[in-house]
Ligand binder design. Structure first.
Ligand SMILES: Cc1cc2nc3c(=O)[nH]c(=O)nc-3n(C[C@H](O)[C@H](O)[C@H](O)COP(=O)(O)OP(=O)(O)OC[C@H]3O[C@@H](n4cnc5c(N)ncnc54)[C@H](O)[C@@H]3O)c2cc1C
Length: 390
């Protein structure tokens, strides 16, 4: 897509570039370049988050009344593009991109006043407690039992695949408060402090060796009723609202474009021609993501929520990431297998060295993109029913 920007926007771009040139240190760039996981590692993420927060730019999409910078859609796009091109770390979405929008849409004024500034500053770090053993695609089947006892809910059961639960001090979670009717009508949305007695986090390691996800166990965990978002048994409405933001956050395109350019530089460095078919598929998918994202950003700019089209964005962006990781491994061949422990290729630039060190981990970890946040099969069902009306 060819976009030209007004002189004011070009001036804005220069402001962003100037900021990145000083604020984004080599250690942060390195942390991003050597990240082989699905998510940015916690330490790099939180350092960059705090730098952006001090500048007032941690949450480009948040309205100004909640502490966002009040940028236009074009400014947000330029900011995301410049950050991606400069190799900045991607911030964790659980607080800024998921819990924050939910509190703006469904939280009480007291919850907004307490939690939103803490999400913005990076003081609170969130994890998402949706999936359970036996309840992933069929999320409404969730079973974590929450009994009302006066002004608390008593929780017993478990959650699984909880990303960064071992770093988080808060979890937003779906719990079962009623079993009498349809499964969707007995779910409640709760905010749970991770240091509550009776809550335990156990690690689950990826095949790549990384520790990103966990199992979380609840044994008589008491959560104040004041931590409920929305009405009791109306958590499904809140849950679906959040999933639209999870699947269509609106900033995948610039990251994909920057990654595609890195791939081309890697191919040129190795004197390799990338396979025509996969390359075309990648280019078409990245363009489709960008087009969808512009539509989404303009809808968000008019105060709308992402809607079911976010499922299209989620599957396409995941497909593009997987293709990128596949092409990188194919291009590097056996050297990709050395991973982070392998030798630095002789004479390699920093970019080539980082790509070589992370290629295998990224290849394995990106397989999860067509599962995490809702599988591709389920997204296609949503697209068929709610976007295409089939
Ligand atoms: C890396 C990673 C991070 C994650 N992080 C989190 C997190 O932070 N918080 C959280 O709550 N969850 C998290 N998840 C869980 C994720 O949301 C679930 O894995 C996902 O929703 C799929 O559920 P499942 O694993 O139970 O698979 P299942 O639902 O058992 O699906 C198994 C297979 O059956 C297919 N299938 C199921 N139902 C249908 C259907 N109706 N039509 C067609 N096909 C169907 C699926 O597409 C899939 O291929 C994470 C998962 C991964 C892999």
């Amino acid at each position: 897509m060819d976009l030209s920007f007004s002189p004011e926007l070009e001036a804005f771009r220069q402001t962003i570039r100037g900021f990145l040139a000083t604020a984004l240190g080599d250690d942060l760039r390195r942390g991003a370049a050597y990240n082989g996981g699905m998510f940015q590692d916690y330490e790099t993420n939180i350092r960059w988050h705090r730098i952006l927060a001090a500048q007032g730019w941690a949450a480009p999409a948040w309205p100004a009344r909640f502490g966002g910078p009040g940028w236009s859609v074009e400014q947000r796009y330029l900011f995301a593009s410049e950050c991606a091109a400069a190799g900045a770390p991607a911030l964790a979405p659980m607080g800024l991109g998921m819990c924050g929008p939910v509190l703006m849409g469904h939280g009480t004024e007291a919850q907004q006043a307490h939690f939103l500034p803490r999400i913005l500053s990076g003081e609170d770090y969130w994890c998402q407690g949706y999936s359970e053993p036996g309840s992933g695609s069929d999320l409404a089947a969730l079973n974590l039992d929450a009994k009302r006892e006066g002004d608390v809910y008593r929780l017993n059961g478990s959650k699984i695949w909880t990303t960064h639960a071992h770093h988080a001090n808060w979890m937003f979670a779906l719990v079962r408060t009623d079993r009498s009717g349809k499964p969707q009508t007995g779910i409640t949305f709760l905010l749970i402090p991770m240091d509550t007695p009776g809550l335990r986090v156990d690690p689950i390691l990826f095949v790549s060796g990384e520790h990103e996800v966990n199992a979380v166990f609840f044994d008589d965990v008491c959560v104040p009723v004041a931590n409920r978002v929305g009405a009791e048994n109306d958590g499904w409405t809140v849950a679906k609202y959040l999933l639209e933001f999870e699947r269509g956050g609106g900033n995948a395109g610039p990251g994909l474009e920057a990654a595609a350019q890195r791939l081309h530089r890697l191919a040129a460095d190795h004197g390799v021609r990338l396979p025509e078919g996969k390359l075309t598929s990648l280019e078409v998918t990245v363009e489709a993501v960008k087009t969808l994202e512009f539509r989404l950003l303009s809808a968000l700019g008019q105060g709308q929520n992402p809607g079911p089209e976010s499922s299209m964005l989620k599957t396409l962006a995941g497909h593009a990431r997987q293709l990128l990781s596949e092409l990188t491994v194919e291009l590097l061949g056996p050297t990709a297998l050395g991973g982070a422990a392998g030798p630095r290729p002789p004479g390699a630039t920093d970019e080539v060295a980082a790509a070589t060190a992370t290629a295998a981990a990224r290849y394995f970890n990106m397989r999860a993109l067509s599962i995490a946040g809702g599988t591709d099969e389920v997204q296609r069902d949503i697209i068929a029913k709610r976007v295409l009306g089939l």
